[in-house]
Design a protein around this ligand. Sequence first.
Ligand code: ZN
Length: 152
Amino acid sequence: LAAGCVFCAILAGESPASFVHRDDRVAAFLDIRPVTPGHTLVILVAHATYLADLALEDGRRLFAVGQRVAAALRESAAAGVLRCEGVNFFLADGVAAGQEVFHVHLHVFPRFEGDGFGLRFGPGYGARPPRDELDRLAAALRRGVERQPALE
Ligand SMILES: [Zn+2]
């Protein structure tokens, strides 16, 4: 648990939260400023600031709980508890990406027609780079991916 981390404080029971899931490695609780009702944050119990600090297995656990939450949101909509016609996963890694709490967290939230949420694209969005540029970039990224720990 990291001092000054609001999520670690929740895990320690020092701050309130409405839990959706909790096990010895992963926790999920409702966001106090939901994009839509049911907006859930999935975190690892072990404090990690950025994605790069996570072991592959931890990322796998985080995503797996996110999948279970997404399924629960859809089932809850079918039961009339909330509205959920689709689901977004969102993870902000780094300040430039919009990260505000520096304990890795996956947002899982319901979407429905007219919910008002949207992504805003930059002015260059929509232009299609030439294929050779895409191929060059893909080759560089492939080398980067190959340097990462292997998937079992
Ligand atoms: Zn933390």
